[in-house]
Ligand binder design. Structure first.
Ligand SMILES: Cc1cc2nc3c(=O)[nH]c(=O)nc-3n(C[C@H](O)[C@H](O)[C@H](O)COP(=O)(O)OP(=O)(O)OC[C@H]3O[C@@H](n4cnc5c(N)ncnc54)[C@H](O)[C@@H]3O)c2cc1C
Ligand code: FES
Length: 262
């Protein structure tokens, strides 16, 4: 675990999206696709005691850097967006489990908005795959060029049709399966909860493999406070489910474990 965290760069990608590069050599050396860092943005502020979790988008072990791509949604991310190189955050990680598509499957990242950050390191897989990215509009389409440069085919769906095809990201899956009927895919997903629930139901109907990153608001980030529990399927539970701590048992859950009930 690294507690370094000096900011080396913090740049606006587009609109409310930023990429921050932290110096965190231990984290950079071992991070895997889908893991996250838990960041204390400003130690000097007593009202900001809670860390904020962010997926590790990319690493450069040779330089000891970890890149996080974030959207400004509240006061923590707004404060982060104003920090300049040289500022030191407390960066804890890598935390959580990671995407592990089987070697014989084509990895397909299925993402909504900043979820595309969580799956980027799948592009290091020797088997090149696809990014299926969903967004409300072109304003939330990020990282597509980075994926394309890394050898992934990119397909986009937007609700308003301002980029790619009009519709939800789940709509991109049946045509892909029809085009490549003999291929084995593993769908690795991160995005808003309703998108993940719709995806889980669709993948089950289609008999496909999936690993879904179920992000939940977090407190400790290491399994001790139970602030981040999500329901997961468990046939031995009285109602067929149990609570799992998404920071420690997740954030990535196999499709069979993803609870899609009420
Ligand atoms: C494992 C994990 C990985 C994440 N990876 C990324 C990432 O790569 N990039 C990124 O931009 N964000 C990511 N997030 C979400 C990020 O942690 C929140 O956006 C951030 O904590 C908000 O802090 P804030 O102080 O700006 O907002 P707050 O002032 O705390 O809240 C502002 C708004 O954001 C919502 N919000 C806060 N936390 C979450 C959350 N965990 N999920 C959904 N909505 C939330 C609140 O409900 C509220 O509406 C991730 C979350 C988790 C759990
Ligand atoms: S955030 Fe504390 S147990 Fe997950």
């Amino acid at each position: 675990m690294s507690t370094c965290g000096e900011i080396l760069s913090n740049t606006n990608l587009k609109n409310d999206y930023f990429a921050v590069e932290f110096y965190a050599p231990e984290t950079a050396a071992s991070a895997r696709a889908g893991q996250f860092v838990h960041v204390r943005i400003d130690d000097t502020r007593g009202d900001w005691i809670l860390r904020r979790p962010f997926s590790i988008c990319d690493t450069d072990p040779a330089r000891g850097t970890v890149t996080v791509v974030y959207k400004v949604v509240g006061k923590g991310t707004a404060a982060l967006s104003r920090l300049t190189p040289g500022h030191r955050c407390d960066v804890m990680g890598p935390l959580g489990n990671f995407f592990a598509p089987p070697d014989d499957a084509v990895p397909v990242a299925v993402c909504g908005g900043y979820g595309a950050a969580a799956t980027f390191m799948l592009t290091r897989n020797p088997r090149k795959g696809l990014l299926l990215l969903g967004a409300r509009s072109e304003a939330d389409v990020i990282l597509t060029e980075k994926y394309a440069r890394a050898g992934f085919e990119v397909r986009v769906a937007t609700n308003d049709g301002s980029e790619g095809v009009r519709g939800f990201v789940t709509g991109l899956i049946p045509p892909l399966l029809a085009e490549r009927p003999h291929e084995k895919f593993c769908f690795c997903a991160c995005g808003p909860h309703p998108m993940l629930m719709a995806l889980a139901k669709l993948l089950r109907e289609l008999g496909q493999e999936g690993q879904l990153s179920i992000d939940h608001r977090m407190c400790c980030g290491v399994g001790s406070c139970f602030a981040c529990v999500v329901k997961v399927n468990d046939p031995s539970g009285p109602d067929g489910w149990r609570y799992a701590r998404s920071c420690a048992e997740g954030p990535i859950f196999n499709l069979k474990d993803v609870y899609t009930g009420e």
